[in-house]
Design a protein around this ligand. Structure first.
Ligand code: G6P
Length: 612
């Protein structure tokens, strides 16, 4: 979602801000803007890509200062226009501000400020905050920019990460957060602020991560962290755990493609040091302190959104099948608002790549309030969800830049498999049975390597159906969520309408959609429900649908009943989604490229959704 970059130091701010914005493009946005302070404030904003803003700045000239703020906006309040793009300014004190999040009481504040004679030029909640800070800023009475920001933030409800500058304080940058992430990179005589590490890692690996209600005043000589009551706080400088190389495209055409192909390596990382094959045990340092409570848990609720939800649904199957603990996976957004019943022994697992998805975060907070033990299955180290859960397991798949999540999905499934076996082995599973499954898990990366060699075949199959506007994805058991994930991938980046569902559900309505030549992707690996899946394939065929089957190597029955077959190696059934999903990711990627879409910047989507 929206991205913030800010700079204060001795170098020209403009190129650093633009480069930071480009690194945050993956988060999703529809307009961009920059403000630089060089005596006066210069502001430029543009609808569309950062490159449009860059052209505009080139034509405009100027923007020569060493202090500035910049933003990519994903519209929430007000349409996608230049007026609504950030930075927003106040009308009295020379203040400019960029903001991520939403201010819930903006309408009443706007009324109040209009009553005080302020004139608004946008439909946004952000302009209200800029005006409010300007209204409170009163250097003659000792209310400097830092204090005005603190006072203004006390008046607002909602979520925010902000960066603010002011013509009257040419050596000050003030940043603050509640709910939306923000980090301050500490360089050599310079500071670079970013919504995430991607914006700053090219400059420094040292950073302060802000907590909720932290305000940081940054000058060229140092910084001070305080709360909204202006009480000074200690801020720890930490080492960022990403390398510039990890966020560069290298020889790939798109980040999504790179991340699909990284999966053997990323899962090896997820598993590294965590499987004790001789004892059939899983070693998860992040949850070991809570092993007793976890083993005795009576119910496990997994809460997530998007792709992470599909991983959580697979987790539900794995936990019940392997650890024999009742489990259910829910949309975090629904869990949060349905007055959930948390009884003694309930564990809530928040699954999230970014660790910042607001719905998942709020579900987690609700679960905590109601007394649940909370776990995080998160990729981004130090993210809000990772910090707020009682314990957790990191994915360790490295930064995921592609908006369509791929390696995080397989990482999440791998972690949930380990968590299930961690519990299973400590509850009742025999060392032999556990070792067998752990060995299978350990083989997943090389089996993915085998699937990736079929890239050309998978592209050719996708090409055959590229003009079809409606696809179905069917699966059963643990591969029903995989079918959902296949459909989600296709619609996210190729804009083809796709539905994923349990194969049996097709007969209860969706079968009416099947017409001549409609592509129906069926996950038909050998498993408990294999024969039933074959019957479903026949049902599709007899209505003229074209079946693309994902089957196991050596299956010679499937070739005679499906139009196309993509073969994947066999594995233990609960682990199979980590293999069956790979061809679905590859098909979605090829469909989007064949249709000429920008795979890494899909229409309307955001990488991390930080508004409800
Ligand atoms: C957005 C992204 C998806 C992601 C979902 C949940 O919709 O586009 O790829 O699966 O958010 O994100 P999280 O970071 O919580 O896994």
């Amino acid at each position: 979602m929206c991205g913030i970059v800010a700079y204060i130091g001795t170098k020209p701010a403009k190129p650093i801000l633009l480069e930071g914005l480009k690194r945050l493009e993956y988060r999703g946005y529809d307009s961009a803007g920059v403000a630089v302070l060089d005596g006066d404030l210069s502001v430029a904003r543009a609808v569309g890509r950062v490159s449009v803003l860059e052209d505009k700045l080139q034509q405009a000239g100027g923007f020569g200062g060493t202090l500035g703020i910049a933003h990519t906006r994903w519209a929430t309040h007000g349409s996608v226009t230049e007026q609504n793009a950030h930075p927003h300014r106040d009308d009295r004190s020379g203040i400019a501000l960029v903001h991520n999040g939403t201010i819930e009481n903006y309408a009443s504040l706007r009324k109040y400020l209009e009553g005080k004679g302020h004139t608004f030029h946008s439909e946004t909640d952000t302009e209200v905050l800029a005006m409010l800070i300007g209204e409170l800023f009163d250097p003659e009475r000792g209310i400097d920019l830092e204090k005005a920001v603190q006072a203004a933030l006390k008046e607002i409800s909602g979520a925010y990460a902000i960066a603010v500058i002011c013509e009257q304080e040419p050596d000050t940058l003030v940043v603050a957060r509640k709910g939306s992430p923000l980090i301050v990179g500490v360089g050599n005589g310079e500071y670079i602020v970013g919504s995430d590490a991607a914006a700053i890692i090219a400059h420094t690996a040292q950073a302060i991560t802000l907590d909720d209600y932290n305000v940081v005043k940054v000058t060229r000589d140092g910084f001070r962290t305080s709360n909204l009551d202006n009480v000074s706080l200690d801020a720890k400088i930490q080492q960022l755990e990403i390398d510039l190389e990890e966020i560069e495209l290298g020889t790939y055409s798109h980040y999504m493609q790179k991340e699909i192909f990284e999966q053997p390596a990323s899962i090896r990382n997820t598993l590294r040091g965590r499987l004790d094959l001789s004892e059939g045990r899983v070693v998860l340092g992040g949850v070991s302190n809570f092993a007793k409570e976890l083993i005795k848990s009576r119910r496990i609720i997994l809460a997530a959104q998007g792709t992470a939800l599909h991983a959580g649904m697979i987790g539900e199957y794995m936990i019940e099948e392997l650890a024999k603990i009742p489990a259910e996976c829910e949309f975090a957004s629904e869990f949060r608002y349905r007055n959930p019943i948390i009884e003694e022994g309930t564990v809530v697992v928040a699954v999230s790549q970014s660790g910042e998805t607001i719905d998942t975060l709020y579900a987690l907070q609700e679960a905590k309030d109601r007394g649940a033990l909370t776990l995080g299955v998160v990729n981004v180290v130090g993210s809000t969800i990772a910090r707020e859960t009682d314990a957790g397991v990191y994915l360790r798949v490295g930064p995921e830049i592609g908006v369509a999540s791929t390696k995080a999905f397989t990482g999440q499934v791998a972690v949930l498999a380990m968590l299930s076996l961690f519990l299973a082995r400590r509850r009742f599973m025999s060392p032999d049975a556990s070792t067998r499954l752990l060995k299978e898990l350990n083989l997943i990366p090389e089996k993915i390597e085998q699937i990736l060699t079929q890239d050309a075949t998978i592209k050719a199959i996708t090409q055959k159906y590229i003009n079809r506007e409606n696809w179905l994805f069917l699966g059963r058991g643990v591969n029903y969520p995989t079918a959902m994930e296949g459909a989600l991938k296709l619609k996210e980046i190729s804009y083809i309408h796709a539905e994923g569902m349990p194969a049996a559900e097709m007969k209860h309505g969706p079968i009416a959609l099947i017409t001549d030549g409609m592509p129906v992707v069926v996950i038909a690996n050998r498993g408990a429900q294999y024969e039933k899946v074959l019957s479903n394939i026949e049902e599709v065929r007899s209505r003229g649908g074209h079946v693309i089957a994902i089957a196991n190597e050596g299956d010679d029955r499937i070739g005679s009943i499906a139009e196309d077959v993509i073969y994947v190696p066999e594995t233990a059934e609960p682990l199979s989604p980590m293999l069956t999903v790979i061809p679905l990711q590859m098909m979605a990627y090829h469909a989007a490229v064949l249709r000429g879409h920008d795979v890494d910047k899909p229409r309307n989507l955001a990488k991390s959704v930080t508004v409800e």
